[in-house]
Design a protein around this ligand. Structure first.
Ligand SMILES: [Zn+2]
Ligand SMILES: [Zn+2]
Length: 281
């Protein structure tokens, strides 16, 4: 099981490799550009070949790209919907160039429209995006915490979206532990972990799960708050992560931490806790 962190590419892609090495990452997630605006990030202006070579040299794999926060394929607003599709089409090209097999997208929100309309929009957009893109990059839909009109909160909703999108092999899941816990899937106890992973396997199939986001939760089970906590400092706790990371259904899945941090030491602490949990199994 490869462990890594969300890493900043501020400055250059090569600096991201340095940051990853400093933090003992075997896999990384990045934003390709500023996640809070619509600016297109141009991979041709960066040393993508050098980045790929460095990742290969230091065994950093997979490299995963996370979509910007503004992307919403469930948006009833045509302008936002079109912009979201454009941003993802560009990002799939970026993934291809920098050697990323996975693109993580938040499933989105139906805003003022119905949930079923929202899910239809997401599914149709995903089908279009995959049909018009030759990269082979897999789009991983991230389960949401359940606030407001968010889509893809339950495993059933994610399965429905994937079905509308055609159910192809380029559609997968990024399983975020904090979001699942917030949505009411217990991950703090052995029984909870067992039930949650069985449900995930039954509804979506573990083969669809390309990535795990390991984040503890600042709020209790089922409260729909997307607030990540450091490993062991939230309501999932070290025991929950022990059951999770050592569960046979998650064998071989890459794990990315998106835990709060002030310093490099915070990152190292979170990653070393997970390594210890894996080692002592
Ligand atoms: Zn995310
Ligand atoms: Zn996440």
């Amino acid at each position: 099981m490869k462990l890594g962190l969300h890493i900043s590419i501020a400055g250059s892609l090569m600096l991201a490799v340095e940051r990853a090495r400093k933090r003992n990452c075997e896999t990384i997630q990045i934003f390709a550009g500023n996640p809070r605006n619509w600016d297109r990030w141009d991979p041709d202006k960066h040393d993508a070949a050098g980045f790929r070579a460095a990742c290969a040299q230091y065994g950093i794999s997979p490299v995963v790209v996370h979509a910007p926060y503004l992307v919403n394929l469930g948006a009833p607003d045509e302008k936002i919907y079109a912009r979201s599709k454009g941003a993802i089409a560009n990002a799939l090209r970026v993934c291809d160039i920098i050697g990323s097999p996975y693109y993580v997208v938040h499933t989105g929100s139906s805003v003022a429209s119905s949930k079923s309309d929202g899910m239809r929009r997401v599914g149709v957009a995903l089908a279009e995006l995959i049909a018009s893109d030759g990269s082979g990059v897999t789009i991983l839909l991230e389960n949401m915490a359940g606030a407001g009109s968010s889509l893809g909160v339950t495993f059933e909703e994610l399965a429905e979206i994937i079905e509308i999108a055609g159910g192809g092999a380029r559609l997968g899941i990024c399983f975020d532990t904090c979001h699942a816990f917030a949505a009411g899937y217990d991950l703090a106890t052995k029984t909870g972990v067992e039930n949650t992973l069985r449900a995930l396997d039954k509804t979506l199939g573990m083969a669809r799960v390309g990535l795990i986001h390991a984040n503890d939760s600042k709020y209790p089970l089922g409260t729909a708050h997307d607030r990540h906590a450091a490993i062991g400092e939230g309501y999932i706790g070290n025991a929950g992560f022990d059951y999770l990371l050592n569960h046979p259904l998650l064998t071989g899945k890459p794990v990315i931490l998106e835990t709060p941090r002030q310093t490099v030491a915070d990152d190292l602490k979170n990653i070393s806790i997970l390594r210890e949990i894996k080692a002592t199994a």
